[in-house]
Design a protein around this ligand. Structure first.
Ligand code: ADP
Ligand code: MG
Length: 701
C-alpha cells in the first residue's frame, strides 16, 4: 500500500472504514487525514484539577468534578421534558439537567456509577446545577494516552458518538492519524518565517496540540497553528490584491472637472469634514494610477459617506464615464436617489432610480438611456446587476451597506464593462479592525473617523418597564416641541407569525396614550407590501405623523432629520450593531436627540453589557469591538456569507496581535519579492497553489 499522507481520504485510515468515514464527512467535514488533524480540540481540561461540589459557584466558567450519579429522573411534559440527575461527592449534591437526547442519555448513563463531569455551574432558587454536562465514566486505572495533564476536548455530535467518536474516540483517532502520517509531514511555512517569528515546527505543533505534554507546549502549538492559518489567509488576500493591480487596467480619471467643481463650489451645503476630504483625496489618487481601485470606506452612522460617494461619481462623469450606486433595499435606494437629487439640483447631471418596482416602461427608457450614454448616474437595488442593464461606459461603482450583498453580486458589477469599473464599497457601520483585515483584506481601506461638526452627541438612557409612564411623558414633550419619534420593536425571526407580537402588544398602550386625532402614528412592519410601507414611511418623512412604530425594517438608511427620539422596545433582544444602527436614525438634525432603551427586568449578563455599552459610548468603532468580543466573528452582521471567517483555530476576537504579525509579515514579503520568485519563498508559492479551500478566491474582488 502506498504511503498515507495528509491528502489521503479518511476512509483509508486504520480503524475508520466507509461508515465512520461517512459520519466524519457529514458531521465534521472531515474528508482527508489532514482534515482530521485540523479538527483541533476546542478546550482542554486540566486533569490535575478537580473541584468539590461545595466549591462551585455560578461565576465559574466551568468546573471538573468527580462524584457519583445517584439518581436519574424524567420530569415535565412535552417541550418542558427534561432529565434530572443527582450528582454527589463527599461535600454535597448537585443537579444535572438535560433537555435534549433524553432517550439516548437514559440508555447510556449508569445510575450508581462514578463519573468525572465537566460543565458550567448555575444556581437557580438556591440549587446548584449543571446543564448538559460532559460525562465520562471514571475508571480508576484509566489508561491515558501519552503523559498528559491537559486532556483535549473535541467537538462531537450524537451521530458521531454512536460510532464511538466522542471526544475520547476522536482523540484516539488523532493518535492513529498522527502515527500514520508523521513521517510525511512537511512544514508548509518556509524555515526563515518559522525562525523570524519564533514558531514551533509544524509536525511538533500537530503533536502538541492533540497530545500536549504541558501547558507551555500546548500554548506554543496553538500559537504556531493560529499564525499559520492567519498567515495563509493574508497571503492569499494580499496576493489577490496584488494580482488585481497588475492584471486589471483601470479607467484613468486624470482630471477634476467641471461637474465636480461646480458641485463642490456651488451646491455642497456644508463644508466637508477633514476625514471626508482625506477620503475623497484617497479616491482621486487611486483612480488616477491606471490600476483598478477596490476600496472600502468605513465610517460610523452619520459620518457622511454618501457625499463622498457622490463626489467620486462626479469625478467619474467628469472623465467621461457613467457611475452607479447600489443599495440593499428599495427604501434605501429611494432615499439615496432623493437625497442625491436634492444635493445635485437639476443641472449638474442626469440621474435615475431603478428598483424592482420601476414600471416596465420607465425601465425600458432607463435601459436605453444607459446604453446611449444619456444617463450619468444610476441608483438602485439588486435590479442594477441584472444582465439587461448595460452601460455605455461604466467607470465607477458604489456599493452601499456592503454586508447585505454577496461577493457574487460584487463580481457581477465588475463585468459591466470591458475594463472593470472602480469599486467603492461602503459599510453600514464600522467593522472591527481584525474583521476588516480579513473580510476585506484585499481592499484598500479608508476610514471616516469624524462626524460633521455641530452634531450633538445622542443621549442614551436605559429604562426598565416601571419607567414607562415617564417615557410617555417625555415623548409628549418632544412632540409638543415639534419633534418626531421612532419606536422600534424586535423582529422575531424564528416565527413569521410572531413578527408582529411585540409590536401589537405595545401598540395598544401607545394608541391609548397618544390618541387620534391629536396624534398620528405611522406603522411599518415586515408583513406589509413595499407600497404600504412606503406610504407609511412617506407620511412620517413629510411630518404628517409624529410617531413611527416599526419592526426593524427601518434599521438601514432612513433619514428624517426632524426625528429626535428613538425608543427601542425590548432592547435586550437586539444585537449591539443593530442597536447602534437604530440609534443612528436620530441625531441627524440640529436638535438634541435621545435614544431610550426599554428592557425587561430580566437581563442576561451579555444583554446587560450590550445596553451598558450603548449608554456609555456613541463611538461605532468601539461598539463594534465590544460586539466582536461578545459574539465572536461569525455572528457579526454581514459576516455570515463570508466563508473566509470560518477558521479552524484562529479567533478574530482574540487574536488581534497574531493577525497583525501575520499580515505585516506577508506585506513585507511582497515588498521584498513581489512575484515570490526567490528560492526561500518557494514554499509560499506552493501554499498558494495547493492549499485550496471551500472559498473561491477568484470571486473575492
Ligand atoms: P452615512 O455615513 O451614515 O451614510 P450620510 O451620508 O447619510 O451618513 O450623512 C448623514 C447626514 O449628514 C446627511 O444628512 C448629510 O447630508 C449630512 N452631512 C454629511 N456630511 C456633512 C458635513 N460635512 N457637514 C454637515 N453635514 C453633513
Ligand atoms: Mg449611508
Amino acid at each position: 500500500m502506498a504511503d498515507l499522507s495528509l491528502i489521503t481520504p479518511i476512509e483509508y485510515l486504520k480503524g475508520v472504514g466507509p461508515q465512520k468515514a461517512d459520519v466524519l464527512k457529514k458531521e465534521l467535514q472531515v474528508f482527508t487525514i489532514g482534515d482530521l488533524l485540523q479538527c483541533y480540540p476546542f478546550r482542554y481540561i486540566d486533569k490535575t484539577k478537580f473541584h468539590k461540589v461545595k466549591e462551585l459557584h455560578p461565576d465559574m466558567i466551568g468546573a471538573q468534578i468527580l462524584g457519583r450519579l445517584v439518581s436519574l429522573q424524567e420530569l415535565g411534559e412535552k417541550r418542558g421534558k427534561r432529565l434530572v440527575g443527582q450528582f454527589k461527592d463527599d461535600t454535597g449534591t448537585l443537579e444535572l439537567v438535560w433537555f435534549q437526547s433524553l432517550s439516548w442519555l437514559k440508555k447510556t448513563l449508569s445510575v450508581g456509577s462514578a463519573y468525572i463531569i465537566y460543565g458550567k455551574p448555575n444556581e437557580f432558587n438556591g440549587t446548584l446545577s449543571i446543564t448538559h454536562p460532559e460525562m465520562e465514566l471514571y475508571q480508576q486505572k484509566e489508561k491515558k494516552i501519552g503523559n498528559m495533564s491537559m486532556q483535549p476536548v473535541y467537538s462531537s455530535t450524537e451521530k458521531l458518538k454512536k460510532f464511538n467518536l466522542d471526544s475520547r474516540g476522536i482523540q484516539k483517532l488523532q493518535e492513529v492519524a498522527l502515527a500514520t502520517v508523521f513521517r510525511t509531514l512537511i512544514d508548509p511555512l518556509p524555515p526563515y518565517i518559522i525562525e523570524q517569528h519564533g514558531l514551533m515546527p509544524y509536525a511538533q505543533a500537530l503533536v502538541s496540540i492533540h497530545f500536549p505534554q504541558n501547558e507551555e507546549l500546548m500554548a506554543a502549538a496553538i500559537r504556531r497553528l493560529k499564525f499559520e492559518e492567519l498567515f495563509v489567509i493574508q497571503l492569499r488576500l494580499l496576493r489577490n490584491k496584488q494580482l488585481n493591480t497588475q492584471r486589471y487596467r483601470g479607467h484613468r480619471f486624470t482630471e477634476v472637472g467641471e461637474k465636480f467643481n461646480s458641485f463642490f463650489n456651488e451646491k455642497l451645503p456644508f463644508p466637508l469634514t477633514n476625514a471626508q476630504k482625506r477620503v475623497v483625496k484617497e479616491i482621486r489618487l487611486d483612480t488616477n494610477t491606471g490600476a483598478q481601485m477596490n476600496r472600502l470606506v468605513q465610517g460610523d452612522v452619520g459620518s457622511g459617506k454618501t457625499v463622498v460617494a457622490l463626489m467620486s461619481m462626479l469625478l467619474a462623469i467628469d472623465n467621461g464615464y457613467q457611475a452607479c450606486m447600489m443599495a440593499p433595499t428599495e427604501i434605501l435606494a429611494t432615499q439615496h436617489y432623493n437625497g442625491l437629487k436634492e444635493l445635485l439640483g437639476d443641472d449638474i447631471c442626469q440621474i435615475k432610480l431603478l428598483t424592482g418596482s420601476t414600471p416596465t416602461k420607465a425601465r425600458r427608457i432607463i435601459h436605453q438611456e444607459l446604453e446611449d450614454g444619456t444617463l450619468d448616474i444610476l441608483i438602485g437595488t439588486h435590479a442594477l446587476i441584472e444582465d439587461k442593464v448595460k452601460f455605455k461606459n461604466i467607470g465607477f461603482v458604489v456599493i452601499d451597506e456592503q454586508h447585505r450583498f454577496g461577493v457574487e453580486q460584487r463580481a457581477k458589477l465588475w463585468r459591466k464593462n470591458i475594463i472593470p469599473p472602480h469599486m467603492l464599497v461602503m459599510t453600514a457601520t464600522p467593522i472591527p479592525r481584525t474583521l476588516a483585515m480579513t473580510m476585506y483584506g484585499d481592499l484598500d481601506i479608508s476610514v471616516i473617523d469624524e462626524l460633521p461638526a455641530g452634531r450633538k452627541p445622542i443621549k442614551t438612557v436605559h429604562f426598565f418597564e416601571n419607567k414607562r409612564l415617564r417615557v410617555f411623558g417625555f415623548m409628549r414633550e418632544e412632540i409638543a416641541k415639534g419633534r418626531q419619534i421612532y419606536i422600534v420593536y424586535p423582529l422575531i425571526k424564528e416565527s413569521e407569525k410572531m413578527d408582529l407580537l411585540y409590536l401589537e402588544a405595545g401598540l395598544e398602550g401607545l394608541l391609548r396614550e397618544f390618541p387620534m386625532p391629536e396624534y398620528q402614528i405611522s406603522i411599518v412592519h415586515g408583513k406589509m407590501t413595499v407600497k404600504e410601507k412606503d406610504f407609511e414611511m412617506q407620511r412620517f418623512v413629510k411630518g404628517q405623523t409624529q410617531i413611527m412604530v416599526a419592526t426593524t425594517v427601518i434599521e438601514v438608511g432612513v433619514n428624517v432629520p426632524n426625528a429626535s427620539v428613538m425608543v427601542i422596545e425590548n432592547s435586550e433582544r437586539f444585537g449591539l450593531s443593530q442597536l447602534h444602527q437604530l440609534r443612528g436614525r436620530v441625531g441627524r438634525g440640529a436638535e438634541q436627540s435621545y435614544c431610550i432603551l426599554m428592557s425587561s427586568n430580566k437581563l442576561s449578563k451579555e444583554g446587560k453589557t450590550r445596553l451598558e455599552t450603548m449608554v456609555r459610548t456613541n463611538d461605532g468603532f468601539e461598539i463594534a469591538e465590544v460586539d466582536l468580543q461578545l459574539r465572536g466573528p461569525g455572528d457579526i452582521s454581514g459576516t455570515q456569507q463570508s466563508g473566509i471567517l470560518e477558521m479552524k483555530i484562529a479567533d478574530l476576537a482574540k487574536d488581534q496581535a497574531i493577525l497583525a504579525e501575520a499580515r505585516n509579515s506577508v506585506i513585507q514579503i511582497f515588498q521584498e519579492d513581489p512575484n515570490l520568485s526567490a528560492e526561500k519563498n518557494h514554499a509560499l508559492v506552493q501554499i498558494l497553489k495547493q492549499r485550496g479551500s471551500a472559498i473561491s478566491w477568484d470571486k473575492i474582488s
